[in-house]
Design a binder for this molecule. Structure first.
Ligand code: SAH
Length: 217
């Protein structure tokens, strides 16, 4: 674990210019320290649980690299009174990290067995402020909108409009966008208090594709 935190901090320093910070906030590093990543990885890969790498979680999906989880969480600027939406629950690891930093986490997952296992695991591990919903995150989750922040952990080719609509003023939407295998960028989309939206390109990234989205919004 200590090595994982050091690896994250080192990679943050290497990428400081792109991500706009030399260090991550203490609260985010603390949350990364507190979540046992080994619980969220395949038991066959236990010896790699604290490596700074993505790992397979079945169904062609991955648990994100710890550095990426930490940076995306930091870019969100989470605060303890907030409600945030995650699209792409996967193993539930990112949701667990967020749950220590905000009041409420809604996490959408399109693959039913992954949603079921993440829901069960998060409950077992005591992350009671996370709600896992099996749904296509292209449409966000209008029932509980607006959200103080939104994190997307799979890459669409274009930003789904419902996610922008469901973001509260003053909130960040952190989302990888682009074509699989060609070039995706991690975007930090900020909705100002007056509702105007600005976008900062942060990092070249590599995420699994955001599937679904077949119907018109
Ligand atoms: N945050 C996860 C990373 C999982 S990888 C973790 O910490 O483990 C991305 C996840 O997004 C996959 O589980 C994939 O099934 C899911 N996904 C892909 N398209 C989706 C969509 N349209 N709606 C919801 N989830 C989606």
């Amino acid at each position: 674990m200590r090595q994982m935190i050091e690896d994250i901090e080192l990679e943050v320093r290497y990428t400081a210019e792109m991500i706009g910070r030399h260090t991550l906030s203490d609260s985010v590093i603390d949350a990364m320290r507190r979540v046992p990543r080994h619980v969220f990885v395949d038991p066959a890969l236990l010896d790699q649980a604290y490596d700074n790498n993505p790992l397979p979680i079945g169904y062609g999906q991955t648990i994100s690299q710890p550095y990426m989880v930490a940076v995306m969480t930091d870019l969100l600027e989470p605060q303890s009174h907030q409600k945030v939406l995650e699209v792409g629950c996967g193993s539930g690891y990112q949701a667990a990290v967020l749950s220590l930093l905000v009041k409420q986490v809604i996490s959408l997952e399109i693959i039913s067995p992954l949603a079921d296992s993440a829901r069960r695991l998060l409950k077992e591990q005591g992350y009671h402020n996370v709600q896992v919903i099996q749904a296509d995150g292209h449409f966000g989750w209008a029932d509980q909108a607006p959200y103080d922040g939104i994190i997307v952990t799979a890459a669409p080719e274009e930003i789904p409009q419902p996610l922008i609509d469901q973001l509260a003023p003053g909130g960040h939407l952190i989302i990888p966008v682009g074509f699989h295998g060609i070039g995706q960028q991690l975007l930090d989309i900020y909705k100002a208090k007056d509702g105007s939206v600005s976008t900062k390109k942060r990092l070249p990234v590599r995420f699994v594709p955001l599937t679904g989205g077949d119907q018109a919004y």
